[in-house]
Unconditional design. Structure first.
Length: 223
């Protein structure tokens, strides 16, 4: 019986060895990832780690607008007239609680009224923010409102004229409803529409018809 003999060029053996090592190198990381995925809880740990890296707890906002001569309701219904005065402010905030539906933030800010009603202001407030809207994959949207205190270092001319005699107050309640919009791919940068609202909360701060409303537009950056 004749025996079949095969001959192989040395270069073919080297080529086979190269491919073997290459595929072994490719498959090794895949096997490691597969082993990790099979370990209980690893996927959740990875998701948590990624989410924590993407958290942006702090934010800063620059905003401003004209001083309204109307009530909060007038501003919300776009029926307000305006004074020869305006406002510009800078706010720093931090998220202290959040879930899939809403979050709570703390904010401190400084601002300046200019024009006919001049005066510097500072404020501190807590915000409740709603995040869940069906169109968020196209346009990220939130709405929020605050409870806090606003202090004006001067009696604002408009507030003195609007309040009952001798009822103007420097320290008032700070309520500032807002709506924000952001593109999903740039969700850390928000366009903000806020009403900068000082009031006595129906006489709680011992004054009648005191306060002011300033519809503003601003930009917030989360980091």
């Amino acid at each position: 019986m004749s025996r079949k003999v095969s001959y192989s060029h040395p270069g073919i053996g080297l080529l086979k060895l190269t491919f073997t090592l290459a595929f072994a190198g490719i498959n090794a990381p895949q096997a490691g990832a597969s082993d990790l995925a099979e370990r209980p809880g690893v996927e959740d740990e990875l998701a948590t780690a990624i989410a924590s890296e993407q958290e942006r707890l702090w934010n800063v906002m620059l905003f401003g607008g004209p001083l309204s001569s109307g009530s909060l309701e007038d501003v919300l219904l776009f029926k307000s007239d305006y004074e020869d005065a305006g406002f510009v402010g800078l706010a720093l905030g931090r998220e202290v609680y959040s879930n899939d539906w809403f979050s709570i933030e703390l904010e401190g800010g400084i601002g300046q009224m200019f024009g006919d009603s001049r005066g510097a202001q500072v404020w501190g407030a807590g915000y409740a923010r709603w995040h869940r809207f069906p169109w968020n994959n196209t346009l990220r949207t939130t709405i929020a409102a605050s409870i806090g205190l606003n202090y004006s270092f001067r009696d604002l001319r408009f507030e003195r004229q609007s309040a009952a005699p001798d009822d103007a107050k420097k320290l008032l309640h700070y309520f500032s409803p807002e709506v924000t919009f952001a593109l999903p791919e740039y969700e850390q940068t928000e366009l903000v529409f806020r009403i900068h609202h000082r009031s006595s909360v129906y006489g709680l701060f011992d004054c009648r018809n005191c306060g002011s409303n300033t519809p503003t537009i601003g930009v917030r950056y989360r980091f």
